[in-house]
Design a protein around this ligand. Structure first.
Ligand code: BG6
Length: 484
């Protein structure tokens, strides 16, 4: 397969929080990988801006270390890293004071795209955005990139949107949800809208239900303080799973363009019914053996934060009325598995009799790992003995089907950063989308609080709380998708 790298003009990218964890793990390695692929042109500049007492050489050492550790062993020609480092600069800067801002201003070139990546906590968004403006750094070529968490409820998200809007147009704001940058997530749109096969069946008449699972084996690591305030509902459901739901459920956008796509996603979020309390299960993992439980990990013995959430959602529109969407996500589960299962209805009548066997068609879209698609179809079981039906998977792994490029797809951040530079907002969340997602999430969290609900315990490295299985079984259905 031919790799098509769309060139961009030289640009300036300033990473606030340039010495932080996200910059080291994701942003810098992503830029380096794009550089190796020939997409970051010579003459571009990557400027770290942070409070750390570093000079340019010290920052370059950090950048080189981050690349060695996190760029996935990308094999580059000799000298590539050295050439990449020539593009790197550093400014010691105080985000909420004046120190360093005039140095930064002098480094920024005229007449080229300048992107400001706010890889810092949301509390600093206002200060940084304001100083970018007062230092005369805003023009038509300016873009600002912000990370989640974009607020912790509707009110705080509205406040952040209002702060950013004081300094930038919406067309300049890039709100990252890194799930949208994943190749396989974009593939959801390709599968739905690039094939004739699925779309005619993609509605409540033919689809029994849809399951979205994002299961993680990892825990909360060093982010206990943030996570204990957020929980799985705010950390994953309100954003990543909500985006997956939108892509699966939205109407076909007229074009693959920012507002066409985002308008359709917004309609899905706004059509979501409030979730009934008995349609949600919260869980918190217990320790097993040497493994600490959630409360020990966060160092908060009475924490009632959920590390798992499963729920049943309904979308009240013509396409989906009557088809439930089951969503679940959790930490320290038995396997890492992000998968969407579209479970079709049974054939209306079995000409082979009710005892012949067979099963409903299921389209399984594996987002990670082992990215691919499986279509479960019914065929005849081989051999004599009458017509017995059996369910078999038509299985496609992208790695096998696409060769080396399918095996090593670009990281989400590679795609998203280059989209910022190209000025393409299609894979970024618009302000109204984020607010609508919070408007749906807030009453769920408020309900837990009002009812004094505590999460159900589940064993670390299990499939999650038993009540989540019950949520399905009550409806005569089963979860699919977490395989140890
Ligand atoms: C982040 C969450 O947004 O996504 C983390 O804050 C989570 O808690 C991570 O682990 C999952 O991302 P990925 O790309 O590993 O599936």
């Amino acid at each position: 397969m031919v790799s098509r790298v769309i060139p961009v003009d030289p640009f300036d990218l300033v990473v606030f929080g340039g010495t932080g964890d996200l910059a080291r793990r994701k942003i810098i390695p992503a830029l380096f990988r794009r550089y190796c692929s020939g997409q970051v042109p010579e003459g571009s500049r990557i400027i770290g801006a942070a409070r750390s007492e570093l000079d340019r050489d010290g920052f370059c050492d950090m950048v080189a270390g981050a690349i060695r550790e996190f760029s996935g062993g990308r094999a580059c020609e000799d000298g590539t890293l050295e050439r990449f480092l020539q593009m790197v600069d550093y400014v010691k800067l105080d985000a909420s004071g004046e120190d360093g801002w005039s140095e930064l201003t002098h480094l920024i070139k005229e007449d080229r795209t300048r992107a400001f990546y706010l890889s810092v906590g949301p509390a600093l968004f206002g200060d940084i955005a304001g100083r970018i403006r007062t230092h005369g750094l805003v023009n038509d070529q300016t873009r600002i990139v912000v990370e989640k968490p974009f607020g912790h409820d509707l009110e705080s998200a509205q406040a952040l949107n209002a702060t950013l809007a004081q300094h930038f147009h919406e067309r300049q704001i890039y709100r990252i949800d890194h799930y949208l940058g994943k190749e396989t997530v974009q593939n959801l749109m390709a599968v739905r809208f690039g094939n004739m096969l699925f779309e005619p069946l993609w509605n409540a008449q033919y689809v029994d239900h849809i399951q979205i699972t994002v299961a993680e084996t990892v825990s909360i690591g060093s982010r206990g303080e943030y996570y204990d305030r957020a929980g799985a509902m705010r950390d994953m459901m309100q954003n990543h799973l909500m985006q997956l739901l939108c892509l699966i459920a939205m109407e076909p956008p007229a074009r693959f363009e920012p507002d066409s796509v985002r308008d359709e996603k917004l309609k899905v979020i706004r059509a979501l019914d409030p979730v009934e309390p008995h349609h949600i299960v919260r869980g918190q993992f217990d320790g097993t053996g040497d493994e600490p439980g959630y409360r020990e990990e966060v160092g908060h013995p009475r924490s009632t934060t959920e590390s798992y959430v499963a729920l049943k959602a309904h979308i009240s529109n013509w396409r989906w009325s009557g088809t439930p969407f089951y969503l679940r996500t959790g930490k320290k589960l038995v396997a890492r598995s992000s998968v969407i299962n579209v479970v079709f209805k049974d054939a209306p009548h079995s000409i082979f009799g009710t005892d012949a066997g067979g099963a409903a068609n299921i389209l399984s879209i594996r987002l990670q790992p082992n990215e691919g698609i499986t279509m479960h179809v019914t065929i005849k079981e081989p051999g004599p003995g009458g017509m017995r039906l059996v369910d078999v998977p038509l299985d496609m792994s992208f790695a096998e089907a696409l060769g080396p490029e399918g095996e090593d797809p670009p990281d989400a951040y590679e795609r998203l950063i280059m989209d910022v530079i190209r000025g393409n907002q299609t894979l970024f969340m618009r302000g109204d989308e984020v607010e609508a997602a919070w408007a749906w999430t807030d009453p769920i969290i408020a309900g837990w609080k009002a009812r004094g609900e505590v999460p159900k315990p589940y064993d670390a490295y299990s499939k999650g709380p038993l009540d989540a299985d019950q949520l399905m079984r009550r409806d005569g259905r089963e979860w699919r998708g977490i395989k140890p």
